[in-house]
Design a protein around this ligand. Structure first.
Ligand code: ATP
Ligand code: SF4
Ligand code: MG
Length: 343
């Protein structure tokens, strides 16, 4: 069986605009060669620091923005080159839920109208769409009577339920969720995550779930992909990624929580990335993680050929060769590192 979604070498650059002094700024390579697939009913979690390109990737997958290169196939169809008519037919099958439900819900429309809109836009009669909207309100844990209220009359969690009802109105096969619970209180987060799980159990919808909270991603995902400066640096089944991470960036993300045990605390500090995330407008040579990589420093200290880089000496491979994601250990576990066994 073919995958629901197949992404191949997807790229998106943004023009950098002009600097204060009039010179053209370099292009921002927000998504810089990403490949993965997603099965029906599966949840792929997508994590990475701010600016790593998660939202850009989500928008590219749904073709809300045009890619610079690469391909997205959805249910066997080439989304990147689909005509307007073909896209119109595809739209209901792939939907998005945003972080800020308030910003994405029209304040002048009632909740019922908001949920019904994709259905009427797709040719359903208004009365039928409003009837379905009332059913959907119930399915997402709201009362039917609430359909006549306006967005400002709802709490943050309730607004996110409206956003979800609207997204599932046309029974999509894929929903991209961009930080869907980041703006919500922890107790409300759990309710929304449970709702998403119920919907998936019922409908076999697949989720691309974007978040920076690793605990949330662990809770909801079948597989997890870790992004760093426009690339997926590691992708694996959930338990393999959390239990035996192979890329030093993943190791550092997972060790960001302080440990009470002194020995573990020491290893946590050793695995911390150095400095801040770089810029997608000025990508480092070779492995783009090399300026921050604790593992490259350990490998260099043990000998072997090194080059001066990032104010120290680092393994030649790290400075000169861009690592591609390659299988490490368990099936379907890929990491983009020249030294994946140095854990
Ligand atoms: N429309 C745009 N024009 C120019 N640059 C953009 C645009 N959209 C995104 N970028 C840049 O692309 C990079 C990736 O941004 P993106 O929003 O995809 O990251 P993200 O991982 O979703 O971050 P966050 O966790 O903050 O939401 C950043 O450097 C960002 O500044
Ligand atoms: S290739 Fe080198 S710099 Fe990149 S993650 Fe691996 S050890 Fe670090
Ligand atoms: Mg984002």
């Amino acid at each position: 069986m073919s995958a629901l979604l197949e992404v191949a070498d997807l790229r998106k650059s943004f023009a950098g605009g002009r600097s204060l002094f009039g010179g053209a700024r370099p292009m921002v390579r927000a998504v810089d060669g990403i490949s993965f697939d997603l099965a029906r009913g599966e949840t792929l979690g997508l994590v990475g620091e701010t600016g790593s390109g998660k939202s850009t990737l989500g928008r590219l997958v749904l073709r809300l923005i045009e890619p610079s290169a690469g391909q997205v196939r959805f249910e066997g169809q080439d989304v990147t080159r689909a005509s307007r008519t073909a896209m119109r037919a595809l739209r209901p099958r792939m939907q998005m839920v945003f972080q800020d439900p308030y910003g994405s819900l029209d304040p002048r429309m009632t909740a019922g109208e908001i949920v019904a809109e994709p259905m009427t836009a797709h040719g359903m009669a208004r009365a039928e769409a409003m009837r379905r909207a009332n059913d959907l309100m119930e399915q997402v844990g709201l009362r039917r009577a609430m359909a006549t209220r306006y967005p400002h009359e709802f709490s943050g969690g309730q607004r996110q339920r409206i956003g979800i009802a609207r997204a599932i109105a046309l029974d999509p096969a894929l929903v991209v969720l961009d930080e869907p619970v980041s703006a919500l209180d922890v107790s409300v987060q759990a309710q929304i995550l449970n709702l998403l799980a119920e919907i998936q159990a019922r409908s076999s919808v697949a989720y691309l779930f974007i978040a920076h909270d690793l605990a949330v991603v662990r809770h909801v995902s079948d597989r997890v992909a870790v992004m760093y400066l426009g690339r997926i640096v590691e992708i694996a089944p959930r338990d393999a990624l959390y239990g035996a991470p192979r890329h030093p960036y993943t190791v550092s993300l997972l060790s960001a929580v302080p440990r009470p045990d002194p020995a573990r605390e020491k290893s946590r500090i050793r695995s911390r990335p150095i400095g801040e995330i770089g810029s997608a407008a000025a990508l480092p040579s070779g492995c783009r993680f090399h300026p921050r990589c604790p593992r490259a420093r350990l490998v260099a200290a043990r000998g072997g050929e090194t080059l001066p880089a990032a104010g120290t000496h680092l393994p030649r491979a790290c400075v000169e060769q861009d690592p591609v994601p390659a299988p490490v250990g368990a099936a379907a576990h890929l990491a983009a590192c020249h030294f994946p066994d140095e854990t």
